[in-house]
Design a protein around this ligand. Structure first.
Ligand SMILES: Cc1cc2nc3c(=O)[nH]c(=O)nc-3n(C[C@H](O)[C@H](O)[C@H](O)COP(=O)(O)OP(=O)(O)OC[C@H]3O[C@@H](n4cnc5c(N)ncnc54)[C@H](O)[C@@H]3O)c2cc1C
Length: 390
């Protein structure tokens, strides 16, 4: 069969790109290795930058977001038992929205169903071919049969473990792993806060986020090697109470419905382009979740690549050739911010020397004090958290 753009991966990046192409009258097929149920059940990010919200609105994909999303005007930064609010609207005139990646994926899929898109789940063994030629294709196995999709372009929206990035000869990558991980829970309890709380505590980082007015999302810094089996619900609540507690404030507890541990890594590929192949989202870069940038970076890539593919079909190749450089330039700024937030808020338990560990902790407190005490520093955080333009 033939289509103009073959997209590998039905995460938020692949699904959103499909909608951009559809609106421009460009045909596409999405190949996803997992089942529809699996894709719909994956719980991940939950903060949308204003630019991401704007893109969804421009595309008419914001109905569910408008109904269920929560607009947040800032964040709380907490250390040494004190909580400080950063008001993004006052600082940079921007907001963020709380809207689960799971809800976004479900909405994008419903809209694909409505417009009759060709989205194939459980399509395994996808391999891109002929990327250096004018006639690329993707081979895969779907419903027990080998399929070959001839196309003009292949888009690798297949996440960090996908097949597209390794298909680029000579590609390099820069990465670092952090000596900590996040234990995340979903709990059936109304949030105990208006805006998100990011807390540095001598026991480690903690965060109070949310998914809705009924469901809280909370995180704890743990060691990367820890097993979720060692964290009973009671132990999790005890640690959250200790790390998030401030005088005069109560963290409400509820039934934990999901818990998991995620390692933290920064990763950037040297290019997002090879001939007729383009990478978007986690296929090209990963950030630690502290700055809430993973999903937003995927949306930013897709907005850039979508525009470039539309321009290309209208005879202008330049945006497509500029895509990798532009997306990576933006991504390195996002990497810097995510690393900065991560380093400022996590305790380095791996530093063996107690004095060096304490030195590090006290300098983190100094950095937080500077940040909340300086309007310029607050504005820099707000500008990056609410999202750089794309
Ligand atoms: C456990 C976890 C928690 C996270 N939490 C946060 C958070 O709190 N905040 C935040 O900002 N970000 C978070 N992220 C990151 C964020 O979810 C990702 O940045 C985002 O999902 C990227 O979207 P994507 O479409 O590029 O990739 P993905 O969502 O990974 O989608 C890729 C898709 O490609 C499919 N695929 C892979 N290989 C193939 C193949 N060979 N053939 C066909 N299909 C394939 C996959 O099944 C998947 O559906 C988290 C990520 C993880 C893993």
């Amino acid at each position: 069969m033939r289509t103009q753009v073959a997209i590998i991966g039905a995460g938020p990046a692949g699904l959103l790109l499909g909608h951009i192409l559809h609106r421009a009258g460009i045909s596409f097929t999405i190949l996803e290795q997992k089942s529809r149920e699996y894709v719909l059940g994956r719980i991940r990010a939950g903060v949308l930058e204003q630019g991401s919200v704007d893109i969804l609105r421009e595309l008419g994909l914001d109905a569910d977001l408008a109904e269920r999303g929560l607009t947040h005007h800032g964040i709380h930064l907490q250390y040494e038992g004190q909580r400080h609010h950063l008001d993004f609207v006052d600082l940079v005139g921007r907001t963020v929205s709380i809207y689960g990646q799971q809800a976004l994926v479900a909405h994008l899929l419903r809209e694909h169903d409505r417009i009759g898109s060709d989205v194939r789940f459980e399509a395994t063994d996808a391999v891109p071919h002929g990327l250096e030629t004018g006639t690329p294709s993707v081979a895969a196995v779907h419903e027990g049969r080998e399929v070959r999709i001839d196309c003009d372009f292949v888009v690798g929206a297949d996440g960090y473990h996908g097949v597209c990035r390794p298909a680029i000869p000579g590609i390099r990558a820069w990465e670092r792993s952090y000596p900590y991980a996040w234990l995340g829970i979903l709990a059936d309890v109304p949030p105990s806060t208006d805006d998100l709380i990011y807390a540095l505590h001598p026991d480690g980082f903690a965060m109070h986020s949310m998914r809705s007015l009924e469901v809280s999302r909370l995180y704890l810094q743990v060691d990367p090697g820890e097993s979720i089996d060692d964290w009973s619900d009671a132990r999790i609540w005890e640690a959250l109470q200790a790390r998030l507690g401030v005088p005069g404030w109560m963290l409400q507890q509820g039934t934990i419905t999901e818990k998991s541990i995620t390692p933290m890594r920064s990763f950037v590929a040297s290019t997002l382009e090879h001939g007729r192949l383009f990478l978007v989202g986690d296929a090209g870069h990963i950030v630690p979740p502290t700055g809430a940038k993973g999903l937003n970076s995927a949306i930013a890539d897709v907005a850039l690549l979508g525009r470039a593919l539309v321009a290309q079909t209208r005879g202008d190749e330049r945006p497509l050739r500029a895509y990798s450089g532009s997306a990576l330039a933006r991504q390195w700024k996002v990497q810097q911010f995510s690393q900065w937030m991560t380093e400022m808020l996590h305790v380095h338990r791996d530093v063996a020397d107690a004095s060096a560990r304490e030195f590090r902790y006290r300098s983190q407190v100094g950095q937080l004090e500077y940040t909340v005490g300086s309007r310029h520093a607050q504005a820099a955080l707000a500008e990056q958290y609410a999202g750089l333009p794309f």
